[in-house]
Design a protein around this ligand. Sequence first.
Ligand code: SF4
Length: 338
Amino acid sequence: MKNERLIEVQNLKKYFNVDNSNIFKDEKKLKAVDGISFDINKGETFGLVGESGSGKSTTGLLMLRLLNPTSGSVYLEGKDIFKYSKAKFRHLRKDLQIIFQDASWALDPKMIIEDILSEPLKIHNIVPRFEREKEVKRLLNIVGLSSKDMKKFPHEFSGGERQRIGIAKAISTKPKFILCDEPVSALDVSIQSKILNLLRDLQSEYDLTYLFIAHGLNVVRHVSDRVGVMYLGRLMEVGDVHTIYNNPKHPYTEALISAFPHTDPEIESKRIILKGEIPSPINPPLGCVFHTRCPKKMDICEKLVPKLTEVDKDHKSACFLDERVIENSKGGEGIENK
Ligand code: SF4
């Protein structure tokens, strides 16, 4: 099933207006997502990584139509989700679910678990009314909780257990796609692997498709089939997880990989420390947005925007260190072409 396309993101952009109170100055835009394209196959986990401010969470929210884009498209099974009317999209909502970093965001503290899990079953008419209680018990069991827990409130559970309830809620509507927005980053390390194993088991059992968002590559490489690396609203590299990890083409990916903790002092000494902070997305650098921090920067990097280009089979990079990227980017954005 993993070569059948489920989601296609095409040239997606999301710009936010910021402080436009001075009418004599040009409108300022925060470019959270700036023209990204990738796809996700059925039954696949696509990992999206990058530092805070890279645009990965905004991308996820756009893919669920929880935000409207400035331009671009997100296709679910060939249909653009932004083209549906609000009423028609309501039926599609059950196919697109989310697991939050903090499960509390999805769990009303005033409701018992039975009501929390019954709500989506009722709204989307997943099971007949008389079967709802049985379905809630089934959902709790498959995420590793007891059906006796259904009368409790969210605060009576640990963080890991709350995340299990959040997962039960996300899968309750039998979705086609789940956005996992840093689902383990707020949990203890000992709990993280259990939640990741649960997500993996549910994926193979129910043929789920995930977008897995994380800060670094260390968690993502254990759960993803393919990975996209984001920086300042753009995709720097996309490829199979083993290729990205073992043969990265982009200096930013190399820096993320070198940040993995190593016990070997020789490997540790080769760690790439990026200088400075990620620049403001209100005023991103011209040319390659990574050039202000890139240890391999060349003259062309300030003048032309590198296009994400196929550099190997199923492996794309947006770095001029590969000649094909230079060729593919000529005539595109950048002061060289003004
Ligand atoms: Fe570095 Fe230039 Fe490649 Fe950008 S295009 S990552 S600045 S070498």
